[in-house]
Design a protein around this ligand. Structure first.
Ligand code: ANZ
Ligand code: ZN
Length: 844
């Protein structure tokens, strides 16, 4: 018996493919063929592919192969997200330089990818830690600086007093230093570099509506992250100045500048219900007040600490609310009412103005707080249309009318929002505003293994950009990574000491490096022109390929990477480098690979190694299983039995084709006659399978059911083995059946397909063979004859397509003329459908 031996087949083809780089190469202008850019997220070169990668890349590779077979000019590239902290940690641990460690990991993972038979165009490979790539990060940084999209501001960093240095977030464990378990990490204000992503907030939000090819869940996550709120900023008086806030005629005085508290509210219509002002512990006014009040200072520090802990735990929204009264008061500019000023831990310093008017009658958070501290709760909104009973507070609906609101009572919430906003503007005490939750992107990292920020600090000239001709600012390689934290670049005098490009005096280089999300924000443009040394890429070439037709990756990147990439695209468009507004037309987020119900991880000890699977079952079986075991968007529970099963299935395909290849080849040139009997049955199944798989590739992507459909087809072919062998099925039909079968498995099991294609005498590479077309005539099911009975007596025989559902059969039966005549004037008590056999009606 013939044995399917992937260990013999796969290395043979791997060698042939390696010797033929044109096979997977993208041609910018390939004979006018339509382009297709399929992209999988590039991996971090940790040294080992994990099953999540295998799944991601199996999906992308199947799609790329399918599109090649459909005659597209496909760009299917791969690269390495090669900067980041693990390389520094490895250097510390094993004393290997980060670059060496990274490059050897890349080599190992590239071998794994090649062993899996992934069809990448390696001529376009991008490695983000090499100067020919990161030079362009620096170039972009300078272009953005020129446009005011890069700036420096003081911002909080983690500081270990013991190390006397900045720590990365990953180096802070439970609020303590990773190397000093007993040392509490402090927050220090240091000058940091920022990208002004907020300049694009509105456009990033609007663009989401047009991204119909992106999962709704990703778009929702991005909308929430951008977090647009329409509202009003309005000033309250500080009461010291406002004792005489009212003029003699009762009107309100203008608020003296500098003695105001500006709040941000989305519900200015509720301002008559404001019974306190709440400030963030970090508010400038709180600092003033606490300066003369040691008791307050202590309590404020406590509130700040609670907020910080909640932020580290990732949920300030769920914080247990605490606050302290400051003993100061503010005056409501709309009615002159004096309200107490509090400091509260649930008010964020980096949202709105860091101050709110607290309206416990109509806001959940304020309600909870007011109840706790016995602050008055007042109703100022009633349901529209006047409900019989007043709803319980807090009543948060905006579908209401104002009550207890002086001259504004009776207005709807919407009317009041507009009126009160206008008044604020007229009186110079505020204005309608739009606020975003999105923050500017802090890109400074006090680390070694990243792109050096191309800036110079000069005593005379201040901050001076590195001139373009001096790019790249090379990351020094001979560097000791030590236990000292902070930016190691600061300890390399040859790096730090430079001449100021402006005045020629000695100056200092910036020692921060860029966030590694910078690298992954535009790498996919570089693939289109990876060797360009005069620019990041050639705009025309990029325009040919962009936007990406299909991007595939993990949903964990829904926010950061995918927002930064969209931002970068818009910046590049405004720099005139590209014409597209968005990087990718379609996005697919695949599910996780789990084992025994849990995410695969070293700590859980449930990691399945791809190498191990490939060694035991072959790359084709491993890949095909990754597609077969679950719909691609769901989590996949890895079961080794399943891989073994797929391997056995491929064995069946192999033996089937090998056995009848002779007959198939003997048909060369012979035309198929009108098929009948077994031939017709097999061809029908084949064309149904082709139709299904083609459709799935066009967007449904249920690859698990595609593989299942191929399995069914193979079952039918195997069951007809005798008819194939005896000549009952003529050789032209055998040829069509087997070649099509091989073409259908080619996107999923490329090695087996290549081997069998050659065996069948197929021309050229199976990858370039045309994808089979489904013949709808052949795919059509037979009709079935179904006798219809009424009260047990046969009335007529109807014809329905085989495979019709019971509902369809019943509907056809009831519509039949003879049946209708028999049941006229009677009522149907019951319809009994015996699938594919009979229908019986019980009438009274
Ligand atoms: C009074 C009010 C009355 C509010 C009411 C809401 C309902 P979104 O929609 O998320 O933008 N707020 C403003 N700045 C804040 C800060 N720095 N920290 C915590 N909360 C803050 O939320 C806007 C609302 O959140 C604002 O409108 C404000 O409370 C609060 F019936 O003002 B509101
Ligand atoms: Zn200078």
């Amino acid at each position: 018996e013939l044995r399917y031996d992937p260990a013999a087949i796969e290395p043979k083809w791997q060698e042939r493919w390696a010797a033929d780089p044109a096979l997977y190469a993208a041609h910018p202008t390939d004979g006018g063929k339509p382009k297709y850019y399929v992209l999988e997220m590039l991996p971090y070169p940790s040294g080992q592919l994990h099953m999540g990668h295998v799944r991601n890349y199996s999906i992308g590779d199947a799609l790329a192969r399918h599109m090649w077979m459909r005659g597209y000019n496909v760009l299917h590239p791969m690269g390495w997200d090669a900067f980041g902290l693990p390389a520094e940690n490895a250097a510390l641990k094993n004393n290997t330089p980060p670059r060496e460690w990274t490059l050897s990991n890349i080599a190992a993972m590239k071998r794994q990818m090649q062993r899996l038979g992934l069809g990448y165009d390696w001529a376009t490979e991008v490695t983000t830690c090499l100067p020919d790539y990161y030079k362009w990060n620096q170039w972009f940084f300078l272009r953005m600086y020129e446009r005011g999209l890069v700036y420096r501001k003081k911002s909080k960093v983690n500081w270990c007093p013991e190390c006397a240095t900045v720590l990365a977030n990953e180096q802070v464990i439970d609020g303590r230093c990773w190397r000093h378990e007993d040392t509490i990490v402090e927050q220090r204000d240091l000058e940091q570099w920022f990208f002004r992503i907020t300049a694009y907030a509105q456009e990033l939000l609007d663009g989401l509506d047009k991204l119909e090819g992106w999962p709704e869940k990703v778009r929702t996550m991005q909308r929430n992250w951008i977090g647009r709120s329409e509202g009003t900023e309005v000033d309250f008086f500080l009461a010291e100045d406002a004792v005489n806030a009212q003029n003699e005629d009762g009107s309100l005085k203008a608020i003296p500048a500098g003695r105001r508290i500006r709040v941000f509210t989305t519900r200015i219509d509720t301002i008559f219900g404001a019974t306190s002002i709440q400030l963030t512990p970090e508010h400038a006014l709180v600092k003033d007040m606490a300066a003369n009040d040691a008791g307050l200072a202590k309590q404020v520090a406590q509130l700040l600490d609670e907020q910080k802990k909640a932020r580290e735990a990732g949920d300030v929204g769920a914080i247990e609310k605490h606050g302290v009264p400051t003993g100061h008061f503010a005056v409501n500019p709309y009615n002159g009412e004096r309200v107490p000023i509090w400091v509260a831990n649930y008010i964020l310093s980096d949202y709105g103005t860091g101050a709110i008017m607290s309206v416990p009658g109509h806001d959940e958070r304020d309600f909870e707080f007011a109840q706790k501290y016995a602050i008055p709760i007042r109703r100022v909104i009633a349901p529209a249309g006047g409900a019989a009973e007043e709803p319980e507070l807090p009543f948060c609906s905006e579908d209401g009318v104002l009550v207890n609101s002086g001259e504004f009572s009776g207005l709807t919430c919407a009317q009041a929002q507009e009126r009160l906003g206008q008044i604020a503007k007229e009186k110079g005490i505020g204005e309608p505003t739009v606020t975003f939750r999105l923050k500017d992107w802090g890109v400074s990292r006090q680390r070694y293994w990243g792109t050096p920020i191309p800036m110079i600090h000069c005593e005379t000239d201040g901050i001076v950009p590195v001139p373009d001709e001096q790019l790249p600012v090379i990351l020094p390689e001979q560097i000791a990574i030590t236990q000292q934290g902070g930016s190691p670049l600061g300890r390399v005098p040859e790096f730090v000491n430079v001449t100021c490009p402006r005045c020629g005096q000695p100056a200092r280089r910036e020692t921060d490096t860029m966030d590694t999300f910078v690298d992954s924000s535009w790498y996919f443009y570089r693939y289109t022109d990876a060797k360009n040394s005069t620019g990041p890429f050639d705009p025309e070439t990029a325009q040919h390929w962009f936007p990406i037709d299909q991007y595939i990756g993990g949903v964990e990147h829904a926010i950061l990477h995918l927002i930064y990439s969209r931002f970068w695209t818009k910046v590049m468009r405004d720099l005139g480098l590209i014409k597209n507004d968005e990087p990718a037309t379609r996005l697919f987020t695949q599910g996780m690979v789990i084992k025994d119900g849990a995410k695969m991880s070293k700590s859980k000890g449930n990691v399945v190694s791809p190498d191990d699977m490939v060694a035991r079952y072959g790359a084709d079986a491993t890949r095909m299983y990754a597609l077969f075991a679950a719909p691609p968007d769901r989590d996949l529970d890895w079961q080794e039995d399943g891989v073994a099963g797929v391997s056995r299935f491929l064995g069946r395909v192999y033996r089937l084709v090998m056995k009848h290849a002779g007959a198939a080849k003997s048909a060369n040139g012979a035309a198929a006659t009108e098929p009948a009997g077994t031939s017709l049955k097999l061809l029908r199944k084949l064309h149904q399978t082709i139709a299904k798989i083609t459709q799935d590739f066009e967007g449904r992507w249920h690859f698990n059911t595609c593989v299942a459909a191929i399995m069914e087809l193979v079952n039918e072919l195997t069951a007809a083995d005798a008819q194939l062998a005896s000549g009952e099925v003529p050789s032209p039909v055998i040829r069509e059946l087997l070649t099509s079968l091989v073409l259908l498995i080619a996107p999923f099991a490329p090695y087996t397909a290549a081997e069998l294609w050659e065996e069948l005498g197929g021309e050229g590479a199976v990858l370039r063979a045309p994808w089979p077309e489904s013949n709808p005539e052949l795919a059509k099911e037979d009709e079935l004859e179904i006798p219809i009975g009424v009260n047990g007596k046969m009335v007529n025989v109807i014809r329905v397509p085989a495979g019709s559902t019971n509902d369809v059969v019943q509907a056809v039966a009831l519509a039949d003329e003879k049946v209708q005549a028999r049941i006229a004037g009677k009522s149907i008590a019951k319809v009994i459908v015996v699938p594919n056999k009979t229908v019986n009606l019980v009438v009274k």
